[in-house]
Design a binder for this molecule. Structure first.
Ligand SMILES: [Zn+2]
Length: 181
């Protein structure tokens, strides 16, 4: 999907409120990978994804620490696994965002720049893998002409606070699916 590859170079993309630094923990990645998470943009395959985790943001002041998935505005955003909506939040960088916890509230999935939420989506609601939770857009600091989903994965701390966690590279959750033959 050349569209994804080309756009990923020019996306100005939204950060997250999380402050805690962290590195990808291999065992966390392996555990999540084993769950067979859905790719969070409808119609996008794992083999279409481009690793944008280490890209510089804010003029090199920080790393991106997330995965950008380019798609036409209005493309459905899908929950990557079962869980619940922990927070619906609007921020300057991320625009309209969704924080979903996994079933054990160990991990948070962060979906940003969404154009709008799925009708009826509320904080605390349970969601199922593949459920439409919103639509791709360019809210926050995303370029208007480059709608995309900014998707992050964070290991939550013991306080299970939606705004605090350690990032891991979402690209790694799907990469083996197309590297393996
Ligand atoms: Zn991004």
């Amino acid at each position: 999907m050349l569209y994804v590859a080309a756009l990923s170079l020019v996306l100005a993309c939204g950060g997250v409120a999380y402050a805690a630094p962290g590195t990808s923990d291999e065992s966390d990645v392996a555990r999540l990978r084993a769950r067979g998470l859905a790719v969070p943009v409808d119609g996008v395959r794992a083999s279409d994804l481009v690793d944008t985790y280490q890209q510089a943001r804010d003029g090199g002041m920080r790393a991106h620490e997330a995965l950008d998935i380019a798609a036409p505005r209005g493309t459905p955003v899908l929950a990557v696994e079962d869980g619940r909506i922990a927070k619906l939040f609007s921020s300057r960088q991320g625009g309209l965002t969704i924080y979903q916890f996994d079933p054990a509230s160990e991990f948070a999935y962060y979906y940003a720049h969404v154009d709008r939420y799925a009708p009826g989506l509320t904080e605390g609601a349970g969601v199922r893998r593949g459920q439409v939770i919103g639509y791709v857009g360019s809210t926050g600091n995303a370029a208007m002409d480059a709608p995309h989903l900014h998707f992050g994965v964070y290991r939550l701390g013991p306080e299970r606070a939606w705004w605090r966690g350690s990032p891991l590279n979402p690209y790694l959750l799907w990469a083996p699916l197309f590297n393996r033959r």
